[in-house]
Write a protein that binds this ligand. Sequence first.
Ligand code: IVH
Length: 667
Amino acid sequence: MDAKKRILELREEIRYHDRKYYVENNPVISDYEYDKLMEELKKLEKEHPEYVTPDSPAQRVSGQPVEGFSSVKHKVPMLSLDNTYSSKELLDFDKRVKKFLGGEKPDYAVELKIDGVGMALIYENGVLVRGATRGDGTTGDDITSNIRTIKSIPLKLDVTNETKPLANCEVRGEVYMTRKGFEALNKERAKKGESLFANPRNAAAGSLRQLDAKVVSKRNLDVFLYTLSYTKEEGFKTHMECLEAMKKAGLKVNPNVNKFSNIEDVIKYCDSWENKKEGLDYETDGMVIKVDSLEQQKRLGSTIKNPRWAVAYKFPPKQVTTKITDIVIQVGRTGALTPVAVLEPVELSGSTISRATLHNEDEIKRKDIRVGDTVFIEKAGEVIPEVIKPVKEKRTGKEKIFVMPKKCPVCGSDVVRPEDEAVSRCIGLSCPAQLKNSLHHFASRHAMNMDGLGPAIIDQLVDKKIVRDISGLYTLKIDVLANLERMGEKSAKNLLDEIEESKKNEFSRLLFGLGIRHVGRHIAKLLSENFSSIDELMDAKKEEIEKIEGIGGVVAESICTFFRDEKNRGIIEKLRKNGVKMESKAEKKGLLSGKRFVFTGTLEKYSRSEAEGIVESLGGSFTSSVSKNVDFVVAGKEPGSKYEKAKKLGIKIISEDEFEKMVEGKS
Ligand code: IVH
């Protein structure tokens, strides 16, 4: 086939797929097939430069970086919209329009206000010849080479009978960046140590200002066209008709456009988007209400700045700037230290904001946020506001760099930040910020097992300062307990019995109950088998702990750090004084020596791997199939065929509770 013919064919085909993929979001071939077509076209155009035309989809990114943009005078001035912020202002707009139209009732087209960068596209004979920014409204920058890189902008329109007036036209719209594209771009910039964009709109604006179209082509920009601002040939009567024709010609029009015949319905529609807008993949900062009839639009005309036939209805902003006066530390229930920015109070989405989270130390470093900085803050949905980035241009040199404290601001214990973790934590066993959590864990079923110590009781014990650390449980008096809300004489007595009983618990339960980071039940068990008392463990070096099979460096480090803390040691002493068992006799390794186990059904207290780990740590072994060599089959809920087989072979079948007793040395 002759090259020219094939080139034309390929262009048509690629153009069709570009429209399907980028404009209609409905691809009909795979990326691979598409790439093949494009490759072929690029190759042919390289071999036959004489056939290259600017509307070829292979020519989106071409030419050298420019030194600067030349100016373009707009055919029709690019005005901006008057803003409204309430339904009352919309009612006023409606009244003004009706009055101007001598009492006629207009239809309104209502659409999303896309938060991007306004621009105009000029098509001649169906081919894109120019793209321009708004500039001052009269003259803008010629950004044609940048605009051409945006794949959802057709380089050539589908001009048919229905879309004929679009052959020579100017359309206007908004270039924007999707939230996803924005996040990916900022992530990449952070990695390279480049400054971050504050929001998708700034990112889109910054991208369009690039002098090198190759850079722009990598920025994932997209577009929505919303106005047919000029046609050489007339043909449409309403704005809705224009949008319909634009869509048919292959221009990307936002689908959320609706026509209403009264302002009340307009207001309802606008309100409905205030929450819905968060679900979109791009940002909108409001709605635009336009008189639908072009004839009425013409009669209404415009003031110097704004058209009288349209108005914007702005949603309350999500981002504002304010100053950080201090950075304070909040200690969470789990001991995590979160830096929080104290702000000069500002209004944001209807509430006054005076604090915003900074997440962690790395985040502050990455964003280079300092005390004294003016910063952008943002509220996304219902979450706590977040500091987005500093306005470095406003720095005076007096800003202070933040340093994470070495001691917990609440209890004074050490703060540690393990390698590879972003979060710094207080390791204080007595830290009031964590006390409720610590008590809850200490009393839990697999730790010290105090069933009667529920959240409501813990809250009162802590809030009334009756218990100041876990050892305080062992000095509780019956009259104090019985006087708490939701407690009676009887339940107080029961709880005290449970507390008393807990003193005799196996050592491993205490170790687990202390809530040392990374020390779960299994590790606690291993520790209790390898160290005969808490003193031995407290004096152990990291290397000694690490030697135990199943315990790694991170866990060993965490244990050592915990016991290094003087306050933690103090609490251990108090526990000891109160008679809590801190040594392991019955928990010797080898409790299950030589015994072979099979698990079947669902266990409720352990995960399968936990149970297997315990068996192994006590010298036993496990296997997955039942045979004569098996000593015990542990049957959980809904046991399978293994259960039947065990029965047949006469192997001892035990319940999960029996298993628990066995591994705790109680049977
Ligand atoms: S119509 C006469 N429709 O908002 C102005 N504008 O100040 C006609 N915008 O400059 C503009 N979404 O950049 C229109 N659906 C939409 C819009 C929209 C965003 C931008 C546009 C304009 C600014 C208003």
